[in-house]
Write a protein that binds this ligand. Structure first.
Ligand code: DOR
Length: 429
């Protein structure tokens, strides 16, 4: 395949230039100027588009096995490629949880698999404790050998600090991070949104910022003590960011991610949209969202992640207290990141969408270098409107419904094959 005339942005190669790019089979074989199409070669006219290494979403819930009404590997990867993602890391809060080698092997797809309907690469994140129950440490080396790229009880926090220290001790020699879902269950109580002026006005129980921050502090201190790697998932408060910076200054091996919704929404969205804006960690204050955007600009966030958490329409309708927590994210993420940070340099944007996650989680890809996997995300600055009826994900609820987003995925290539092509793009052949 020949991709012609695009602006190739590859932070790993420090490349930002108009170039042509050739793939053969599932690899990138050539980048150059004025490459000529060979007989029978598929060509993509990318004039006006950015051509980037395939985007990686390192925090998604694909729901298989156990919750196929919410999402499947097929529908989730269809949503991924529409959203520009060629690689996903799937969280283990399935039923049963992904806590054994057979399960890891079952949901891992290091290459797409058309017979199975898997359009993107899937790398499993295994549970941190047996059945995600927060009590029993697992055999991490065998899970890594089976294909796990990290460990997390995401959706819950390991409440017992002693168990968490044991987890981190066991992980320390493996150079694979513990991905921390930071939410102290006791402080959270029955909270259904951020505890603050809006929750008080609505008369609903809130989860305070300290429920997140106290666990972030605890796990950073434990990581410093035992020398393990921790990755703080979906950072949502200004103080969590301050704690991460504090730990980095002390040479903790800590990385972190931020979601589109925490960059753009506040707890006021819950007043406006109700259950559609219910998510963990909850949407916080304007000052928190601003601090997260500042942290991205300052280089303190390692990568973007959508926390794609699809639920059925029925689960997301109903009242705030009973509605499911989380919402679909893969198909709005790229546009939303651009809307949150319109002035971010393009190479930083691509690094946050691809390169850095590949480095942190040691995934293939993240670059368009010759010899790298032919995973390519092409996008333009064509504005588009979020219409959940057009989603490939089974999850339709999103607070972004109806928003106009300024960046649009035009084509997604996975392992050398076009997995998605937008309608109405300005380029094309
Ligand atoms: O909103 C959320 N939904 N946050 C989580 O951590 C879990 C997720 C889910 O699995 O639905």
């Amino acid at each position: 395949m020949l991709v012609r005339g695009g602006r190739i942005v590859d932070p790993r190669q420090r490349l930002d230039a108009l170039r042509d790019l050739r793939t053969e089979g599932d690899r990138i074989v050539e980048i150059g100027e004025h490459l000529r199409a060979r007989a029978g070669e598929e060509t993509i006219d990318a004039v006006g588009w950015v051509v980037a290494p395939g985007f990686i979403d390192a925090h998604v819930h694909l729901r298989e096995p156990g919750f196929e009404a919410k999402e499947t590997l097929a529908s989730g990867t269809a949503a991924a490629v529409r959203g520009g993602f060629t690689t996903l890391c799937a969280m283990p809060n399935t039923e049963p949880a992904i806590d054994g080698v057979e399960m890891v092997a079952r949901v891992g797809f290091p290459a797409p698999n058309r017979e199975r309907g898997v359009l993107a690469r899937i790398f499993p994140i295994a549970a941190m404790t047996r059945a995600r129950a927060g009590r029993e440490v697992l055999d991490y080396p065998s899970l890594v050998a089976a294909g796990a790229v990290a460990f997390s009880d995401d959706g819950s926090t390991v409440a017992d600090a002693r168990v968490m220290r044991e987890v981190l001790r066991a992980l320390a020699p493996l150079d694979r991070p513990a991905i921390v879902h930071a939410e102290d269950a006791a402080l959270k109580g029955s909270g259904v949104m951020h505890e603050g002026a809006v929750s008080a006005r609505l008369g609903v129980p809130g989860s305070p910022a300290s429920a997140e921050e106290s666990i972030v502090a605890r796990d950073l201190i434990l990581a410093l003590e035992v020398g393990a790697r921790v990755h703080i998932a979906h950072v949502s408060t200004a103080r969590s960011m301050e704690l991460i910076v504090w730990a980095r200054e002390r040479r903790a091996r800590v990385t972190c991610e931020v979601t589109p919704h925490h960059l753009l929404f506040t707890d006021e969205a819950v007043e406006e949209f109700g259950a559609r804006a219910k998510v963990n960690p909850p949407l916080r204050t304007a000052a928190d969202a601003r601090a997260l955007r500042d942290a991205v600009r300052a280089g303190a966030i390692d990568f973007f992640a959508s926390d794609h958490a699809p639920h059925t329409d029925a689960e997301k309708s109903g009242d705030l207290a009973h509605a499911a927590v989380g919402f679909t994210g893969l198909e709005i993420a790229v546009g939303a990141y651009a809307r949150a940070l319109p002035d971010l340099p393009m190479s930083d944007f691509v690094a946050l969408c691809s390169t850095r996650a590949a480095e942190v989680l040691r995934l293939p890809g993240g670059t368009l270098a010759v010899g790298a996997p032919a995973d390519i995300t092409m996008f333009s600055e064509r504005p588009w409107r979020v219409d959940p009826a057009r989603f490939a994900s089974k999850g339709r609820a999103t607070p972004f419904e109806g928003w106009e987003l300024p960046r649009c995925v035009e084509a997604t290539v996975v392992a050398g094959r076009v997995a998605y092509r937008a309608e109405g793009g300005t380029s094309g052949s």
